[in-house]
Design a protein around this ligand. Structure first.
Ligand SMILES: C[S@@+](CC[C@H](N)C(=O)[O-])C[C@H]1O[C@@H](n2cnc3c(N)ncnc32)[C@H](O)[C@@H]1O
Length: 208
């Protein structure tokens, strides 16, 4: 197992303190669509997606150092040229480092549900934050969300139903069948074994 991760960090890690925002063409050396995963955990979804879609560029954001190190141990200079990671606690400040209309697809896979009512204020997905996602997405860009927490799913579906800038790809706002190309993470598999059923949502950013 890799222990010294300095070289991997230099290549794969982006710094969030970018005065003018990240320049993806410079970073990846191409104009391919940029996919963003928020809360990428141990990187299973991010890394497999990037392998499956070599014509896409993938940025994963995670705030826990331990998980960043787990991802760095998995990354290989030859196999994962189209992957970058960033250590950041994501909130509305995301728009300071991600330029407007620069992202083709956003994934939020099993965000922390903060089940207690008094903790709902900590939920990543709220109206103001979705406003930020709307700004960084390209017109017709997609946002995929998965959760096995039924009440959080309902909160998300209702939130998007009230917005004018997104349209659900599903008539009811959700599906119990994974979005095409979905990667099941260890977290999702464990929760399924415990009896939780994931709910999948996909929203399209309207072009006007
Ligand atoms: C329940 S885990 C799911 C991880 C992964 N998506 C999966 O399906 O295995 C949620 C992850 O989001 C990260 N996270 C939660 N809030 C975050 C935030 N505001 N900014 C960045 N990462 C966050 C957590 O550290 C954790 O790794």
């Amino acid at each position: 197992m890799k222990e010294n991760l300095e070289k991997e960090r230099d290549f794969f890690e982006l710094k969030s303190k970018q005065e003018k925002g990240l320049d993806f063409i410079k970073i990846f050396g191409n104009v391919n669509p940029v996919h963003l995963e928020i809360g990428c955990g141990r990187g299973e979804f991010l890394i497999q997606k990037a392998l499956n879609l070599p014509d896409g560029n993938f940025l994963g954001i995670e705030f826990k150092e331990k998980r960043i190190k787990i991802i760095l141990r998995k990354l290989d200079f030859k196999l994962h040229k189209n992957v970058r990671i960033m250590k950041l606690f994501v909130d509305e400040n995301l728009k300071k480092c991600i330029p407007e209309k620069s992202i083709s697809k956003i994934y939020i896979i099993h965000p922390d549900p903060w089940p207690k009512r008094k903790h709902h204020k900590n939920r990543l997905i709220n109206d103001r934050f979705v406003g930020v996602l709307s700004e960084i997405l390209k017109p017709d860009g997609r946002l995929e969300i998965a959760t096995d927490h039924a009440e959080y799913a309902e909160w998300i579906i209702n939130l998007f139903a009230a917005r004018k800038d997104f349209v659900s790809e599903y008539e009811n706002g959700y599906s119990s069948i994974p979005v095409e190309g979905h990667i099941e993470t260890y977290f999702e598999m464990k929760k399924r074994q415990e009896g939780f059923k994931p709910i999948f949502m996909e929203f399209k950013k309207k072009s006007v």
